[in-house]
Ligand binder design. Structure first.
Ligand SMILES: NC(=O)c1ccc[n+]([C@@H]2O[C@H](COP(=O)([O-])OP(=O)(O)OC[C@H]3O[C@@H](n4cnc5c(N)ncnc54)[C@H](O)[C@@H]3O)[C@@H](O)[C@H]2O)c1
Length: 429
């Protein structure tokens, strides 16, 4: 297998693009995506997810398919012919849940069909999308076999290497995060591991099987979800007792083995979604997961809870709720990141609107068109020159930290801090 690798990355989103860019510093890489608009922006050297800076992207961009001359570099394409000559396929497509929180494997099936059409003898298909244990071998491989007409582990091989990046985090970038790898045979495991080891500075961990690697990823996020659910529950209890949760956590955190989790909204498409993947597989096998689903329920209730806490603060100050004006700061699912998908800030907004409050949302990171498209909500480009009855800091974007909120607040107004970062506020989660 010590041949020259030609890598095709299928799905150029938050995960696929940084990975493709990294591999392109050493190998010929073609990034394939069904979204033509995404291909055009990448060809122009721009990444709207803000994960790869333009100069970094441009330093690997090449004008023609790098497989032709077998030269390193990155080429983006929506044309299947461009990935025909790859020998390594890395699949980084979304793994969402449907409206009933059941795993939706459609993008994985579709991208496996795509790869199946161009697969050749000896190729390796590595999945990176987050899944429950068994998806690669039980769901994706049969599609590859059917479409390609080839036999798994004889004609072609597979691997699984979960991604651990954290959108918006410029410190823990893909090459600096230790990567779990695996292969469909022990020999392929070594090949996959060496391939990643050649670009991942932080090193790799070769798991014994694909299922172990799949399970490891899904429990990383489930563990975070459950820990956050616990501190969210503590916040609800301590708010009733009128004790400051953040001070309690600060005091408890002085013990060497107390874990530093904070209460908050759990959005995005990892921590809030992956536990459902594990839960589904458990249920298929006759086990009803109690802690995992309780954590999900608790975290999903926090948007409404925050809205009602803010309303209570306003009532205490005799502020009129019906028609009251609230400034909501932040709508993306996390700080310093433009991703608005599955953001729980919208639960806060709809919770406040249920009380007939008028909510104005400002978020310098979010794309207003995307917010309109996803949620039917309008957001403003700058904070209007008016005084609000209440201000809620929902997302801790760096732009908000030094903002003088009092400039936008009526004299008797309320400041509510969901993130626990403001020195001066009336209440916080
Ligand atoms: N975003 C994260 O922080 C993160 C971190 C670790 C793991 N993951 C996992 O990685 C996977 C990808 O997540 P993401 O955030 O990069 O998603 P994303 O939505 O940002 O990007 C996915 C890309 O795949 C493309 N795509 C969809 N279907 C396709 C198909 N059939 N063929 C080709 N391209 C297709 C989309 O157009 C999009 O550009 C998911 O399983 C996710 O759970 C995400």
């Amino acid at each position: 297998m010590e041949k020259q690798y030609k890598i095709a990355v299928i799905g150029l989103g938050y995960v696929g693009l940084p990975l493709a860019r990294l591999f392109a510093t050493k190998y010929p890489v073609v990034g394939f995506d069904i979204n033509q608009k995404r291909i055009e922006e990448l060809r122009a050297g721009n990444d709207s997810t803000l994960e790869v800076e333009s100069d970094v992207l441009r330093s690997v961009l090449v004008q023609q398919n790098p497989f032709i001359k077998n030269e390193k570099g990155f080429f983006a394409s929506a044309d299947l012919n461009d990935i025909h000559d790859a020998n390594i396929y890395i699949v980084t497509v979304p793994t969402p849940v449907d409206k009933h929180n059941r795993p939706d494997l459609t993008p994985l099936y579709k991208s496996s069909e795509t790869v199946g059409k161009v697969l050749s003898k000896g190729d390796i298909v590595i999945y990176e999308s987050t899944v429950y244990p068994g998806v690669t071998e039980e769901e994706c491989i049969p599609v590859l076999e059917k479409i390609s007409g080839m036999k798994f582990n004889e004609d072609f091989f597979a691997g699984y290497s979960p991604e651990r990046i954290n959108p918006g985090d410029k410190e823990h970038t893909v090459e600096k995060i230790l990567k779990v790898t695996s292969g469909s045979t022990p020999e392929i495991g070594e090949v996959v591991n060496n391939l990643y080891k050649s670009v991942i500075v932080a090193g790799t961990h070769l798991a014994p099987t694909i299922k172990v690697a799949e399970a490891a990823k899904v429990i990383e996020n489930s563990q975070r979800d459950i820990n956050i659910a616990f501190v969210n529950e503590l916040a609800k209890i301590f708010n009733l007792l009128e004790i400051d949760t953040h001070e309690v956590l600060k005091a408890a955190g002085t013990k060497w083995n107390f874990l530093p989790f904070k209460p908050g909204l759990v959005g995005g498409h990892c921590i809030g979604v992956d536990p459902y993947y594990l839960a589904q597989k458990a249920q298929e096998n006759g086990y009803h997961p109690e802690i995992i689903l309780a954590g999900r329920r608790l975290n999903d209730s926090m948007g409404q809870y925050v809205a009602s806490e803010l309303v209570k603060c306003m009532i205490k100050k005799n502020i009129n709720i019906n028609g009251g004006q609230v400034l909501n700061l932040g709508i993306t699912f996390k700080e310093n990141c433009p991703d608005v998908r599955n953001t729980k800030a919208v639960d806060v907004i709809s919770g406040l609107e249920d009380y007939q409050l008028q909510v104005t949302t400002f978020d310098p990171w979010a794309n207003p068109e995307e917010v309109k498209h996803e949620y039917g909500l309008s957001i403003v480009n700058e904070i209007p020159k008016q005084k609000f009855d209440a201000i809620i800091l929902t997302v801790a974007h760096k732009e908000f930290i030094n903002l003088n909120l009092k400039d936008y607040l009526k004299e008797n107004g309320v400041i509510y801090d969901v993130k626990g970062i403001l020195a001066d506020c009336d209440s916080r989660l």
